[in-house]
Design a binder for this molecule. Sequence first.
Ligand code: FAD
Length: 518
Amino acid sequence: MPKELQIQVSPEIAANELLLKEHISKLVQTPLAEIQHVSVLKRSIDARQKSIKINVKATVYFQGDVIAEDKIELPEYKNVSNAQEVIVVGAGPAGLFAALQLIELGVKPIVIERGKDVRGRRRDLKAINRDHIVNEDSNYCFGEGGAGTYSDGKLYTRSKKRGDVDRILKLLVAFGATPEILVEAHPHIGTNKLPQIIQDIRDKIIEFGGKVLFETRVTDIIVKSNEVQGIITQNGDVIEAKKIILATGHSARDIFELLDKKKILIEAKPFALGVRAEHPQSLIDSIQYSCDFRGEYLPPAPYSIVKQVNGRGMYSFCMCPGGVIAPCATSPGEVVTNGWSPSKRDQVTANSGIVVELKLEDFKPFAKFGALAGMEFQKAIEQKAWHLAGKTQKVPAQRMIDFSQNKVSTDIPKTSYVPGTTSVELGQVFPGFLTQIMRQGFQEFGKSMKGYFTNEAILHAPESRTSSPVRIPRDNFTLEHLQIKGLYPCGEGAGYAGGIISAAIDGEKCAIKCVESL
Ligand code: FAD
């Protein structure tokens, strides 16, 4: 009979199928030849001890056992060409998974995306990196696949609903992601692999009768008697529908402004803001794995850290081992950072957002903007950083200890941020209270992670698009906007998700509620 085991092994054993079989054969006191197959169910790293161990949960099949195959297949989609139509605005994870779910339920999605298709986007990423040109519709945040397409593709979430998470992970595998994402405790896909998966999702939507419109920006939502009637695009085209899933992401400032202007209820929402710190990956490895070299069996080490400083949380956000810092502005005249990694995470640097939680009261200087106060606070910092670094896509940068000591760095080495950096005292970028917290916070981080507080670390400013500065309120049960019938605020931009997986889950949820109401 198959036997389920929870064991701890060395990284070398965990990485080698035969060594793992041999180890298990000794453990269960069964000759190697009697072990037919070992199926690894879960794998995680335990770096708490001096010698690092890998936790492995596995099912061992002996000769004669029938191996249970977990076949991962796409749902049976129906052709929806002639079915009722629902508009989905935004082709990020929320919009794409909403569209797939609509098809599964027999409804036709019309996906409207301001940016280019996933391949066409590449040219615009090159332009922002090399020529400092920001295309307002096609960049690291906008375009097919949304903000997470050219990212590290981390697929973990704080969502406790394991069933929802597993469903999205399995769909991703069915669309071509490695099945390893079902096994790893902290799965990720990588920038080089995600675009093909996104393209395959789009092809499936079209194959089964859905529509996908690129380079089509929604500029107005038609509302009559508090009920949606359709949308208007930048070319003046009208597309009618009684149901709209609005999944435009945290950077769609024009959508927040539109809703505010039309007096459709939105609310300011606290978010977090700070810098993106870059260390040599080898330094992070040595801290996290307590060793000089990580060796060939361990992956580049991630880190996750949080401290309370002056009553506020300061924490690492979207950490990218072996990654690169990306220019994520969505308009000219501002700079924004975030990070990505290739699937192998094989770059020599480790970067992470290091951010401080904000409170609604911090937005007081922007109170005249009402629900957009947080967005204006965010914009002001991004624009200040742009001015200070020389009005290109270069970002203000400072060495970590220099920042804590309020000292301009005399030199900034080349970092992974391709557009380049300008040495600036980062206290000039942020309001005083944020600077104070970060100055102290980095020293606190250094106490927990010996070696982290170092002038080898370069801080890039700002990391400002951590989550939406606005919430678009919806009914907890129907998921419809509180005032507007037929409008489904969805995903990260509406304030109901943070990350690829939770946005995809929210997309599915909105699609289900939308179809129930048809
Ligand atoms: P988005 O992905 O933002 O998608 C919104 C879409 O709407 C965009 O494609 C946009 O072009 C479109 N849109 C906006 N306005 C309009 C309009 N007016 N008309 C038509 N279309 C419009 N998360 C993770 O979980 N793991 C990671 O490793 C990770 N790394 C990241 C790295 C980077 C560089 C960035 C920028 C983000 C990263 N994130 C990561 C965050 C993640 O991408 C988001 O949480 C997620 O994409 C949110 O999904 P969404 O569908 O709600 O919104």
